[in-house]
Every structure is written in C-alpha cells, then in structure tokens.
Write a protein that binds this ligand. Sequence first.
Ligand SMILES: [Zn+2]
Length: 263
Amino acid sequence: MLVEPERTTYDLHFRALGFPVRVHPWFWLGAVLLGANTLNEGIEFLAVWIAVVFVSILVHELGHAVAFRRFGADASVILYAFGGLAVPTNIVAGRGRRILVSLAGPFAGFLLAGLVYGTNAATEWGQSGDFGMPNGLLVWFLYKQLLWVNIVWGVFNLLPVFPLDGGQVSRELCGMKWGTRGKRVSLKISFGTALAVVAYALFCTIDARTGAGLLRDLPWWVPRGSIFTAILFGLLAYESYQLLQYRDWADDHWADDRTALDR
Ligand SMILES: [Zn+2]
C-alpha cells in the first residue's frame, strides 16, 4: 500500500517554501527510465528532461503542501520513483477542504504551464532564434516538455482512478452522495476508468506499431497512450480490484500520489 519509501544515505534533503523535501534515489532512476528515448538526441536532452520532471513533480507536490498549510496542517514532500508524496502532519477535516488539497497539485502544475506559456508568448524565450544557434533546439525542448509534463500529467492525475488525485476527489464526492457506500462506488469507478485507459493505451500502441494511423487525425495535444501507460493503469486497475475485495476499506489513503502520471 501507500507507504513512505524508506530513508537511504543517498537521499537528497532541502527545503522549498519552508517544507522539508526528501528526494529518494529511485526518483532519478524513474526519471531516466521515463526519458530514456531522449538519449537519441543527446545526453544534454536527458539532463533537461530530468530537470523538467524534477521541477514539475516538486511544484505539483508543493501545491498539495501549500493547501495543507492553508488548512492548518504542516506537510513534508517526498519525491521517489515515478512520483511524489505530500505527507501532512495531521488529517484535514472536511470533504470540501480535502478535495481542494487534492486539486491543488494538478492546478499548481497548470499554473506553472501557464507561466511557461505566458513568458514565452511575451519574450519568445522558448523559440530563441533559429535552431542553428547553439542550444536553440535544447531550449525549445525544455519549453515543450515543461508544457507537456505539467498539462498532460496533470490531466491524467485528475482521472478518477485511485490513488491519483482525481481518485481522491471522486472518493470524497461519492462519499458526499452515498455515505460509507461511496468508497466502494468510487473504487468501481476507479477500476472501470483504469481499464478504459488500458484499452485506449493498447489501441494507441497497436495503431502506431501497425502504422494503421487511425489516430493520426486527432489534434497533437490529445495524449497518446503508450505501453508504459497501459502497464501503469493495468496495475492501478488491479489495485482497485483488490481493494474492492476488502469489506472495510481504511479511510486514510487520500493524501498520496502514487505515480508521476499523476502524475
Ligand atoms: Zn497529486
């Protein structure tokens, strides 16, 4: 289940906005795995990718942490393989407040994407001249990935799939409507949504591999699923299925982000 990753001697510690941040060594490994294809362009592209993932997940978790603080709980942030956690010192009372805490992560990312987009629209820093310029292509890559990660991961995170942020919101909303039965309803929604994402991601993968091009006419900004997406959401579907087998589902799992797609 959602446990804090163990402390290691390779943890990186610092403070951001007054919150203690701990980076587990596997965070770097996860970022490298997710960005392995950038190595085709060069090692400097992988370095930029890792920086983008680091900043984006940190901003996402700080969004949660700021919301916790706003509602009277202090928090610490942990970045680890494929995601992050904002761990509050105490539970925030009230479904409405908990929903705001869950939404604060993705919306911090959307805010960052807005800043990136806005500053580029004003100064064109992302299109710094022609790509013949040293680092012109690298800066363009930085701009594109900052937008992509913060928007697409944010949107995936809002899917009503446990334990993503959207799954936490869905659970609170179902709890409002159906009381204690709401948890089970939200788990069923989570299971069904995760399976649908698996199907979509597999369809995208097969479409790309076979060159059928059925998705070619979709706008560029519609996220295509990969085999990685399929595996990830397959695991999440399985987890929801398992949780549905418990009769007494514990009520203390709402402050977590399991994945970067989250992440
Ligand atoms: Zn989150």
